[in-house]
Design a binder for this molecule. Sequence first.
Ligand code: FA5
Ligand code: MG
Length: 429
Amino acid sequence: WRRLSTKGHAPQSVIGQDSAQVLGQSYPRDDFTNVTPKILEKVGRNLHNQSHHPLWLIKERIKAHFYSSYIGRSGNPLFSVHDNLSPVVTTEQNFDSLLIPPGHPSRKRGDNYYLNRTTMLRAHTSAHQTDLVRSGLDAFLLAGDVYRRDEIDASHYPVFHQMEGVRLFSNRQLFSRVQNGGELSLFERGGRRSPEKQETHTLEAVKLVEFDLKRTLTQLVSYLFGADLEIRWVDCYFPFTHPSFEMEVRFQGDWMEVLGCGVMEQELLNSAGAGDKLGWAFGLGLERLAMVLYSIPDIRLFWSQDERFLKQFRVQDIHQPVCFQTLSKYPPLHNDISFWLPNGKESEAGRESFTENDFYELVRSIGGDLVEKVSLVDNFTHPKTGRRSHCYRIIYRHMERTLTQQEVQRVHQQIEQAAESELGVQGRF
Ligand code: FA5
Ligand code: MG
């Protein structure tokens, strides 16, 4: 609520004559290189990791749901969460590890951002599936920025965010709750691939995995949107899952696809060292969910640095409902406030007797929605007395009408009085 979005501290990414510098690494250019400066500006922004950004908020809600619903045998969360993997991946990770064959249309230069022939900005979070499974994880969530060459309109942007989920099951884990489960197996020899299943899987194992996958995702969206949301499952195709499905939700009278998922291809698990297990995987679009959940009309708004956008998501509790209001066209008014801080003595607890956050809290409690932004504009120490003074600028703006000087003055004076009586500061009003 109180600060402008923290800018990423990632090293700047640029494209030069001979190489691209991305997140502090250099990649030699070749005939495949097609990243642009505009796209590289977005690398390292990590919107999903910026506190109170709507994508962060929805990621936190998803994490909270998984942490509380799926608990391991020793009381630990079953799913580990990964949100800091570099978006720079090899074409092997993005395609080959997922059984996407050479020459497959999804590899087209026109659809992806290549740093060179062997390195690219990931086109989906699935690029990390194999590595995380190989590292020994049985259940994980993974959030990250993904890059696809695409047009820009209200629902398409070349950079968006996905959350991947994977869960693996051993024979015991899958069948332990089934009567006489000990007699069932995950795998069969000489089986045939059919619309229902892969050749090596037993039908009973696949049906349980598919059921667990759909139940997990249905519970997730009912947790996010309430049980009233209409959803439907559509059969589809991915090279790395079979069977595969998309979930669609009803949004503004139309069906909108929010995620793809399926039973993981056994060949992928075999090559990742988990050949004794079956698994499901899903990949969902965080923007798509956030747009439905918060009624955000345009995907470009996620990149906005406008306080009027960002402040709407600065809720105390991540479960508090947020309904996005379109940005006000009405003009802002600003008013400054300066005061001497209480004497620099520290309280017994070793805490400062005045903190900036106390003041922000106070402004919010009095000014409510009229306050768009508060910022510290001057911090002054008197050369002789050593007393410190702060000056804050408060920007007032109403969503639905033009504020008058008079009504802003009233609120501003209340803030001045409360600052003196509650925070022990001395006004220089
Ligand atoms: C994939 O990216 C697969 N990796 C998903 C997957 C993971 C399948 C694991 C099976 C197992 P797809 O391209 O359909 O699939 O994208 C997945 C989701 O990302 C979509 O359902 C949608 O919510 C979101 N998405 C895709 N393209 C865009 C876009 N241009 N803008 C915003 N969101 C998008
Ligand atoms: Mg799709």
